[in-house]
Design a protein around this ligand. Structure first.
Ligand code: IFM
Length: 764
C-alpha cells in the first residue's frame, strides 16, 4: 500500500467525516476544501448519490473573475477530478449500504484530502478504494489526483472514464483538444488553460487508454479478485491576461514538468512546502484538544488561502472554498487576515497589500465619483478595484433588501491604511513603503480629509455612513469610522514627514505626482485635530454614533441560543431604532487601537457594548474574545473562541455551505496569539504579556519580526514565558512589561506570576 494514500491518525491534525449526509454535504465540501491560493477545490466526496464513483469538485482559480450583470464574480474552472466507472449494466452507482464504509479525511499537516471506502455493486463487484487529492503548495498551478482500488470480488468488463467536466459552461471555449482546453471570459479578458495527463496501471502495469476524446480518457479491462488498479491524474492550470497562445503553451510546459517529477515527487515537494508553512505558523496548545483542532483548522485554511507570488489577487470572504460573496474582497482581509500573514508569512502579506496598491485607481475613481478626493476603496472588490457591492440582496428573512454598504461603509479605506502600517511596522520593508504603502496612506488620508466636514461647532464630522455594525445605516460620526479616519490622516502626515526627511527625492516625486502641497497637509492636520469621535470625557464611553445612546436599549439575554439573527427576530425597522449591534464596532476599535482608550475606559466600553452585540456577523466573536482576553477575562474570551470555532466546525451549523469564513479563522489566530498569548507590536517594538485560559497548560507559536524569527512558549505550570531568537539580529523585547535584550540564538525565560494570578481569578 502506498503510504501517500493513508492519512495520519493523529487527531490533532485531521478532520474526518463518515458516510453521507445530504444536510451537511455542502458545508462539508467547504470545510474539506483544498487550496493553495491560486486554485481551490471544494471537498466534494468521491461517493455520492449520483451516477459517478468519484464526483467532480468545483474548482476556483484566484482572479478568474468575469462580469455578470452589474457585478464581477468569480467563475469556476472546469472540474478536473471527474471519474466514472461503467459496468456491463450501466454506471457504478452509489449503494446506500456502502455509506457507512466511506470516510473522508482532511490531512491538514500534509494539505491533502483523502478518502477510503468500500463499494459493493449488485452484479457482484466489490471494490475497496483509497483516494488522494492535492493542489500543490510548491507549484501552485499543479493539481494531483490518485485512486488506488483493490478488486475484492468480481470478474467483470469494466470501463474507467476520466474527464474534465463543465468544459463548455461559464467560459468561452477557444480550444478543446485531447489533453488541453483553453477558454476565455466573456468580458474581463482572462484566459484560462487546463492541461491534464491521467494514466492507469493494473497490477503495476501501465495500460493505454482504449478511447480518447476532448479532455476525456477511457480504459476498459476485465477485473479479477485481488487486482490492484492505480489511477493518477496531474492537471496544470494557467491563468493569463494575454490573448495569444501563451497560456496553453505554459500549461503544457507545466504539465510536462509535473509528469517528469512524477506523482511521488509532486507529493514530496508539496508536503515539504506545507512543513515549512506549519513550522512558521503553527500554534500549539496543550490541555485543550478542541481548541488545538480549531486552531489547526484555522491555520490550515489561512495558509491555503494566500499566494505570495500574485499581487493582482486578494482573498475573498470565503477564500477559494465556495462562491458566497462571489470571491469579493472585504475589510476582512486587512483587519482579520493580515495580522496572521504579517507575522508568519510577510511575503503573502506584501502581495495582499500590493493588490490594494494595484486597485488604487479603482478607489480614486470611486472617491471622485462621489465628489471626494483621494481613495475610497470598494466595500466589495474584485479584479479592478471597482465597487462590486450589489444594490439589493435577499435578506435572512427572504425579503429583498437594499444594500447601502457600497456607498456608505467607508471605513474600508482606513482599514487598508491600518494594514499597510502594521505590515511596515512588523517588517521594516521600506521598499514597500516607498513604492506602494506611502501612496496608499496619502491617498486614503486625503480621502478622509476631504470627506470630513468642518461644521458650526468647529468640529469635523463624517455624516451618512455605515460602521462595522451594519444594522444601522445613514449614521453620523460612527466612532469606529471617525477614530480610524483620524488615525489614517495622522499616519499619512507621519509618512509625508518621514519621506521628506529620509527620502527627499522620493517625496518630491511622489508629492509632485499626487499634487500634494503643504497647504493641503496643513488642512489634513486641522481635520485630524478637530475630528468628532463620540468620546464622552465624563464617562469615558465612546458613543457608537450620534444619537446611539438615545435608542431603545434591548436586553439580549432572553434571546440567547436563538437560531435566527437579531435583525430577523426584531425586524429591520426595530433593530435600526435599537442599540442592538450587529458586530464588534466600538469593540473592534478597542481591538485595533487600544491606545485610543484612556486607562480604565477600555473595560468600561467593553462592558457597555459586549452585552448589546448580537454577533450577526462571523467576524464578531473573535474580536470580542481578543478584547476580553486583553482585559483579563479569559473565561469569556474562551467562550468567544469556542463560538468562533463553531462557525465552520460545528456539526449543527450549515453556515459554511457557501464556503468557510476565512475572517473568523483569522480571528481565531488573533485571539490565540494577541489575546491569550498577549503579543502586541507597535512603532516601539514587540511585546508579550500572556494570559492563558483555564485548561490551557501551554501555548507556543512563532512569529517573524523585522527580519528575525522568534519563538514564544508560555507554560502555565512553570509560570514562565520563554522567548527564543531563532534567526536574526539581537533585539529588545518587552516581556511582561519589562524590556529585555534577546541575543542571537538565545533564549529568555521570564517568570510570570501574572499567569498564576490569571488562573486564580479565572477560577473564582
Ligand atoms: O465584511 C463582512 C461584514 O463585516 C459583515 N458581513 C459579511 C462581510 C464579509 O465577510
Amino acid at each position: 500500500m502506498e503510504d501517500a494514500l493513508v492519512p495520519t491518525t493523529d487527531p490533532a491534525w485531521v478532520l474526518g467525516v463518515d458516510g453521507y449526509d445530504p444536510l451537511r454535504e455542502r458545508s462539508t465540501e467547504s470545510r474539506f476544501a483544498i487550496s493553495n491560493g491560486f486554485m481551490g477545490v471544494r471537498g466534494a466526496r468521491s461517493t455520492t448519490r449520483g451516477g459517478r464513483w468519484a464526483v467532480p469538485a468545483r474548482t476556483y482559480v484566484a482572479g478568474l473573475f468575469d462580469a455578470s450583470g452589474s457585478s464581477t464574480e468569480l467563475v469556476p474552472a472546469a472540474d478536473w477530478l471527474a471519474i466514472q466507472i461503467l459496468l456491463p449494466g450501466g454506471p457504478l452507482l452509489h449503494h446506500p449500504r456502502d455509506v457507512q464504509s466511506h470516510r473522508m479525511t482532511l490531512d491538514m499537516r500534509r494539505g491533502a484530502l483523502l478518502s477510503e471506502g468500500h463499494h459493493h455493486t449488485a452484479p457482484g463487484l466489490n471494490i475497496r478504494a483509497r483516494t488522494l487529492r492535492l493542489v500543490s503548495l510548491s507549484d501552485r498551478g499543479v493539481g494531483l489526483q490518485l485512486i488506488r482500488a483493490e478488486i475484492e470480488e468480481g470478474a467483470l468488463e469494466v470501463t474507467l472514464e476520466a474527464s474534465l467536466e463543465g468544459v463548455r459552461f461559464g467560459l468561452v471555449t477557444d480550444l478543446l483538444e485531447q489533453d488541453i482546453g483553453l477558454w476565455h471570459t466573456q468580458h474581463s479578458g482572462k484566459h484560462l488553460a487546463m492541461a491534464a495527463a491521467p494514466s492507469l496501471q493494473i497490477d503495476g502495469v501501465d495500460i493505454p487508454p482504449t478511447e480518447l476524446g476532448e479532455l476525456k480518457w477511457s480504459w476498459s479491462w476485465k477485473t479479477c479478485p485481488g487486482q490492484i488498479v492505480f489511477f493518477q491524474r496531474c492537471v496544470a492550470i494557467v491563468l493569463a491576461d494575454a490573448p495569444d497562445g501563451t497560456p496553453a503553451r505554459r500549461a503544457h510546459a507545466a504539465l510536462g514538468r509535473a509528469r517528469q517529477t512524477g506523482w511521488r515527487g509532486i507529493v514530496a515537494a508539496h508536503e515539504a512546502a506545507w512543513e515549512t508553512r506549519w513550522h512558521n505558523s503553527d500554534v500549539a496548545v496543550e490541555g485543550d484538544a478542541d481548541a488545538q483542532l480549531a486552531l489547526r483548522f484555522a491555520i490550515y485554511h489561512l495558509n491555503s488561502a494566500a499566494n505570495p507570488a500574485d499581487e493582482r489577487v486578494s482573498i475573498g470572504a470565503r477564500a477559494l472554498t465556495g462562491d458566497e460573496y462571489h470571491g469579493h474582497v472585504f475589510w476582512d482581509t486587512e483587519i482579520y487576515l493580515l495580522p496572521f500573514y504579517v507575522l508568519t508569512w510577510p511575503e503573502a502579506a506584501r502581495a495582499l497589500l500590493m493588490y490594494r496598491f494595484h486597485t488604487l485607481d479603482g478607489a480614486r475613481t470611486k472617491a471622485a465619483g462621489m465628489g471626494w478626493r483621494g481613495a475610497l476603496y470598494a466595500w466589495e472588490s474584485a479584479d479592478t478595484g471597482a465597487e462590486m457591492t450589489p444594490a439589493q440582496v435577499v435578506g435572512p428573512d427572504h425579503r429583498i433588501v437594499d444594500v447601502l454598504c457600497g456607498e456608505q461603509e467607508q471605513h474600508i479605506s482606513a482599514d487598508v491604511a491600518y494594514a499597510v502600517w502594521q505590515y511596515w511596522q512588523a517588517t521594516g520593508d521600506d521598499d514597500f513603503m516607498l513604492d506602494a504603502g506611502a501612496e496608499i496612506l496619502l491617498e486614503t488620508g486625503r480621502f478622509w480629509a476631504s470627506r470630513a466636514r468642518l461644521e458650526a461647532d468647529r468640529h469635523c464630522h463624517i455624516r451618512g455612513v455605515i460602521g462595522p455594525d451594519e444594522y444601522h445605516e445613514h449614521i453620523d460620526d460612527n466612532a469606529y469610522t471617525n477614530v480610524m479616519a483620524r488615525w489614517n490622516i495622522r499616519r499619512a502626515l507621519d509618512i509625508a514627514a518621514l519621506l521628506r526627511e529620509r527620502w527627499p527625492a522620493r517625496w518630491i516625486s511622489l508629492a509632485g505626482r499626487l499634487g500634494l502641497v503643504d497647504a493641503e497637509l496643513k488642512q489634513w492636520l486641522n481635520v485630524a485635530e478637530t475630528m468628532t469621535t463620540g468620546l464622552d470625557p465624563e464617562t469615558g464611553l465612546f458613543e457608537q454614533f450620534a444619537g446611539y445612546f438615545a435608542l431603545e436599549d434591548i436586553d439580549l439575554t432572553p434571546y440567547a441560543g436563538r437560531g435566527a439573527s437579531m435583525d430577523v427576530v426584531l425586524g429591520r425597522e426595530r433593530i435600526q431604532k435599537s442599540q442592538v449591534v450587529k458586530q464588534a464596532d466600538v469593540v473592534a476599535l478597542l481591538g485595533l487601537l487600544p491606545e485610543e482608550f484612556a486607562s480604565g475606559t477600555d473595560a468600561k466600553n467593553f462592558r457597555y457594548y459586549e452585552p448589546r452585540c448580537s454577533h450577526g456577523s462571523s467576524l464578531s466573536p473573535a474580536m470580542h474574545g481578543l478584547v476580553a482576553a486583553r482585559l483579563g477575562d479569559t473565561d469569556m474570551a474562551l467562550r468567544f473562541f469556542r463560538q468562533t470555532a463553531a462557525i465552520d466546525l460545528a456539526e449543527t451549523h450549515a453556515g459554511a455551505d457557501g464556503g468557510i469564513h476565512i475572517a473568523a479563522l483569522g480571528g481565531i489566530w488573533m485571539l490565540a496569539v494577541f489575546g491569550f498569548g498577549g503579543l502586541s507590536f507597535g512603532d516601539d517594538g514587540i511585546a508579550i504579556d500572556p494570559r492563558l485560559p483555564v485548561g490551557w497548560g501551554s501555548l507556543a507559536f512563532r512569529v517573524q519580526w523585522r527580519g528575525r524569527r522568534l519563538r514564544f512558549s508560555i507554560d502555565r505550570a512553570e509560570q514562565t514565558v520563554e522567548a527564543t531568537l531563532e534567526a536574526g539580529e539581537p533585539m529588545t523585547l518587552t516581556m511582561c512589561g519589562e524590556p529585555r535584550l534577546l541575543g542571537s540564538d538565545a533564549r529568555l525565560v521570564v517568570s510570570t506570576p501574572e499567569l498564576a494570578r490569571a488562573s486564580d481569578s479565572d477560577r473564582r
